[in-house]
Design a protein around this ligand. Structure first.
Ligand SMILES: Nc1ncnc2c1ncn2[C@@H]1O[C@H](COP(=O)(O)OP(=O)(O)OP(=O)(O)O)[C@@H](O)[C@H]1O
Length: 749
């Protein structure tokens, strides 16, 4: 038997021990779940909710243990002191509490990602274990001594760790869903993942540098390292589209984390459904920081002093709503510094007081307090009084305020004198127009300035706080006496479960349905697309300013998006952010990445430096076609590409995308649907492009995604509408880019 086989056998035994422990823990959780369920439906409501809470806890634990089945254990460190440890997806100890597996996020695992020959960090050897199912199929060793360093110092990428495992991961066919990278995180990525929780961290990186992967692993790391802080406040992850959120939705669960709230900017205000589109020029105006002031003025203008007095008869007497009284009541309400709908309570109380005084004066004699209350009630419910007070200070909804502002030119002119007439004309639209993405930050701004009349809500909150304290005390007692959930759950989370009995109200769910929820940490992906107003909306949800902001200012598509991080962030964060860069491209073959960079530079985009992790022979090809022959050429090229990435029946066959300017997409989709070879591989009807082997997309739809082969139609046309879009489109493939053009190639190609 060779030494290699001995090593494989040794590692197989080690891996078997860890899987056996995983199985034992699963059995344990399943048995506890069964026992909890067997207790039956009897008992007090308190007992029932306690039982449900524990049942959910064990269900979650089982789901977590199931999620780590694949590549449970992927690494081993041998240390200078003669000890060693295995690194895996979660931490495991044996029945005697000795460590079997170190969680990749634990400090003791850091050297697995960071140690180099130059800075070995106490590591003699780093070993990557390649597994298929539960079988160890390969090993890759790196001996961290200076001799190894000398050998490796011959290229820019000498510092790639676990190169074999990494390159195998990069070359694998794509499944339509992003996978995790725990086994092969690189040192510069690890530094980002483990960076401090506090403050705003900006991660700039060219296409394919792993920004999304890093952002997701950072969310998982922060939840592990700061669980107490983040478990109850929650973590929010913002992505560019719902398709993108589906693309990444398996990564966090595979890392054992299910509690992160994911959303797009468009979905961030509960109750607002974005259905409409609008021209970039309109979105750009709405995204300007000054729109905050515009909304503020729009609200103030709904607090109005009438031109003249209104006299109303109440129970045979006359009272007059006088402009001077209204002015003073408005001033008093504004001094309360409350949002519009809450300050309205102050305004109304003040006005009713003044009207009651007029009424009493006419009675000619002082009235006892109970009669005064009656007079106030009489005034409050008199229709004309209500109308006069509403005209002065109308209760408003965000939707009502914004749709009115955009539909009535006079209102917009008064609220937005800084906009030119042409700009205001661009914003104008009918009151029943659907909401657009750029409306959402305006609605959020309005919701903040308007507030809700929440007196009842606050009384309930105070009662809830008292109840919560009792629940917390009780949960602590249960934890102490039963020991059942020890290590699995904190008293806080258990108390939440008791209170809401069941999985339907986790922190994530409560946060997602509450516009004013503030998160412990917010991760923003494709952050270059956010307008200044969108940043205001995001920052409102994160008062601690603990943020991870990832993106690439060269890929900006939105007219209101960022061309530099300073331009985007300084106005809203006053310089309090730190910048770090990712520089290695893991996705795109070198020739494709270089061509994309040249084109982007020629178009004047702020491209950051990029080194590619791998080359693929024949990765870039250009086919010149006639305009009339474009569709037929795309169909033929798609057939070749599909054949190259695997046969129809192969479950691991790769994926092909046709990326084209919006004006060509429908025609190309129809042409492909008419081709027998491609027809069945397209997503059916409205199906998601992620679930099919062949997709036809615009560059914006392809943003953040990747495919084995990309056919790019008419790049010159894409460039005309947006250079950022072309840069995105060219950098989606993992294996090959096929360009089809009837109009020549963009400069730099
Ligand atoms: N350390 C790594 N090990 C294995 N695969 C990696 C690693 N880093 C990145 N990748 C892979 O590289 C690809 C690109 O990563 P990702 O989508 O996160 O890049 P990005 O910087 O967000 O790209 P873009 O800006 O173009 O959207 C993904 O398939 C990802 O899994």
């Amino acid at each position: 038997m060779t030494g290699r086989q001995d090593q494989l056998r040794e590692e197989q035994e080690a891996v078997d021990v860890r899987y056996a422990r995983l199985d034992a823990l699963r059995d344990q959780a399943a048995a506890r779940l069964a026992r909890t369920r067997r207790v039956g439906p009897s008992g007090s409501p308190q007992n029932r909710s306690e039982r449900d809470a524990f049942a959910t806890l064990y269900e979650d634990r089982l789901a977590q243990l199931d999620a780590v089945e694949q590549r449970l254990c992927f690494g081993r460190l041998d240390l200078t002191d003669g000890t060693g440890r295995y690194i895996g997806r979660i931490g495991l100890t044996d029945a005697e509490h000795s460590s079997l597996l170190t969680d990749w996020r634990a400090p003791a695992a850091q050297a697995f990602y960071r140690a180099t020959a130059a800075r070995p960090d106490g590591v003699v050897r780093r070993r990557h274990l390649v597994t298929r199912g539960r079988t160890v199929t390969g090993l890759e060793d790196e001996v961290l001594d200076l001799d190894a360093l000398a050998e490796a110092e011959d290229g820019a990428l000498a510092s790639l760790s676990g190169e074999g495992a990494l390159l195998a991961a990069l070359a694998a066919g794509r499944t339509g869903r992003m996978g995790d990278i725990v086994a092969t995180i690189q040192a510069e990525q690890d530094a980002v993942i483990r960076s401090d929780l506090a403050g705003a961290l900006v991660v700039q990186g060219g296409p394919g540098t792993g920004k999304t992967a890093v952002a997701l692993h950072r969310a998982a790391y922060l939840l592990y390292a700061h669980r107490r802080t983040l478990e109850r406040s929650g973590v929010l992850l913002l992505g560019p589209s719902r398709v993108f959120l589906r693309y990444i939705d398996q990564v966090l669960p595979s890392l054992g984390e299910t509690g992160v709230v994911t959303s797009t900017i468009a979905d961030l205000v509960p109750g607002v459904e974005v259905r409409a589109l609008e021209p970039d020029a309109v979105a750009e105006i709405k995204g300007r920081l000054g729109m905050g002031r515009v909304v503020e003025r729009a609200v103030r203008q709904r607090q109005r002093v009438p031109a003249g007095p209104t006299t109303v008869r109440v129970e045979g007497r006359q009272v007059t709503v006088r402009p001077r009284d209204v002015r003073e009541a408005i001033a008093k309400a504004r001094r309360s510094n409350k949002p519009h709908n809450l300050a309205r309570v102050v305004f109304v109380r003040e006005m009713l007081g003044r009207l009651a005084a007029q009424y009493v004066e006419q009675l000619g004699s002082p009235v006892p307090p109970e009669d005064r209350a009656e007079i106030l009630e009489e005034l409050r419910t008199t229709r004309e009084v209500r109308i006069a007070l509403n005209l002065a200070w109308m209760p408003l909804t965000p939707q009502g305020l914004i749709s009115d502002l955009l539909a009535k030119p006079a209102r917009l002119e008064a609220a937005a004198p800084e906009l030119s007439r042409a700009e205001r004309e661009l914003l104008r639209r009918p009151a029943d127009h659907g909401w657009t993405v750029a409306d959402v930050p305006l609605l959020d701004e309005a919701a903040e300035l308007l507030g809700e009349d929440d007196q009842a809500e606050r009384a309930r909150a105070a009662a809830d706080a008292r109840r919560r304290q009792e629940e917390l005390d009780y949960a602590r007692q249960v934890l102490q006496s039963s020991g059942a959930g020890r290590g699995l759950v904190s008293a806080e989370v258990l108390a939440d479960r008791f209170a809401h009995s069941g999985p339907s109200l986790t922190t994530a769910e409560r946060a997602a349905s509450d516009r004013s929820w503030t998160y412990g940490h917010v991760v923003v992906d494709e952050a270059q697309e956010l307008s200044p107003m969108a940043w205001r909306m995001v920052l409102r949800r994160c008062p601690t300013r603990s943020l991870t902001i990832v993106g690439d200012v060269a890929q900006t598509a939105a007219a209101a998006g960022a061309r530099s991080w300073a331009q985007a962030l300084d106005p809203v964060m006053r310089g309090s952010w730190r910048l770090t860069e990712l520089t290695v491209n893991y996705r795109t073959p070198a020739a494709v990445a270089e061509a994309a960079q040249e084109v982007a530079r020629a178009a004047g985009l702020p491209v950051t430096s990029l080194t590619s992790a791998r080359s693929v022979p024949g990765a870039l090809e250009v086919e010149r076609v006639t305009a009339a022959g474009l569709e037929a050429a795309v169909v033929a090229s798609a057939q070749r590409a599909l054949a190259a990435v695997g046969t129809t029946n192969d479950p691991e066959a790769g994926r092909v995308a046709v990326v084209a300017p919006p004006t060509l997409v429908d025609g190309l989709r129809e042409a492909l649907a008419a081709s027998p070879a491609a027809h069945d591989l397209l997503p059916p009807g409205q199906g998601s492009p992620l679930d099919a082997r062949l997709a036809v997309l615009t560059p914006r739809e392809a943003k953040g995604l990747e495919f084995d082969v990309v056919l790019l139609a008419e790049p010159a046309l894409v460039l005309e509408s947006s250079p950022g879009d072309l840069y995105v489109a060219m950098t989606r493939p993992t294996q090959a880019l096929r360009v089809l053009t009837s109009r020549g190639l963009p400069a730099g190609f």
